[in-house]
Design a protein around this ligand. Structure first.
Ligand code: ZN
Length: 151
């Protein structure tokens, strides 16, 4: 999925759930984190980048572990001075996990181990179908959001 669609879909999903623009913004930063960790495919050796593409940086267990650790620290009430940082980190991890789920809809990503990849190819990255898919997801979130907010 293109970064613009990762940002929009992730931000809209998180906003629809938590209804906090700032938290949606943190998740939008996390929505490009897995690709950012891989580096830029245009700088350096493309094939070196390609061999790392959707590798450990797209391993959901990594972000799940970081998310769990942050929630454990926040839930315990320890280190309350770090609550803001932990909240940002939590939503960065949620954004990264949504990025990986979104990538799993247009190719394969790691799952249990970094080298065992799963996914479906509903559309090609950058295709018209991807943009239509993103629009439909946004509309579904909007419809679900107004159903719960208005009632
Ligand atoms: Zn990706």
């Amino acid at each position: 999925m293109k970064w613009v669609n990762h940002e929009i879909v992730t931000g809209v999903i998180v906003y629809a759930v938590v209804q906090e623009p700032l938290l949606a913004l943190y998740s939008m930063a996390g929505a490009i984190l897995p690709d950012k960790l891989e580096g830029n495919p245009r700088s350096g050796n493309y094939w070196s980048w390609r061999s790392r593409h959707r590798g450990w940086s797209h391993w959901p267990m990594l972000y799940g572990l970081l998310l769990g650790l942050q929630l454990e620290i926040m839930g315990g009430g320890k280190l309350s001075s770090l609550t803001d940082m932990l909240t940002i980190g939590t939503y960065l991890c949620l954004g990264a996990l949504l990025h990986i789920a979104e990538d799993a809809l247009c190719g394969k990503v790691p799952f249990i181990t970094p080298w065992q990849k799963i996914g479906v190819k509903l559309f090609s990255v950058g295709s018209v179908t991807e943009y239509l898919f993103a629009i439909v997801l946004v509309l579904v979130c909007y419809i679900i959001h107004i159903q719960f907010v208005i009632e």
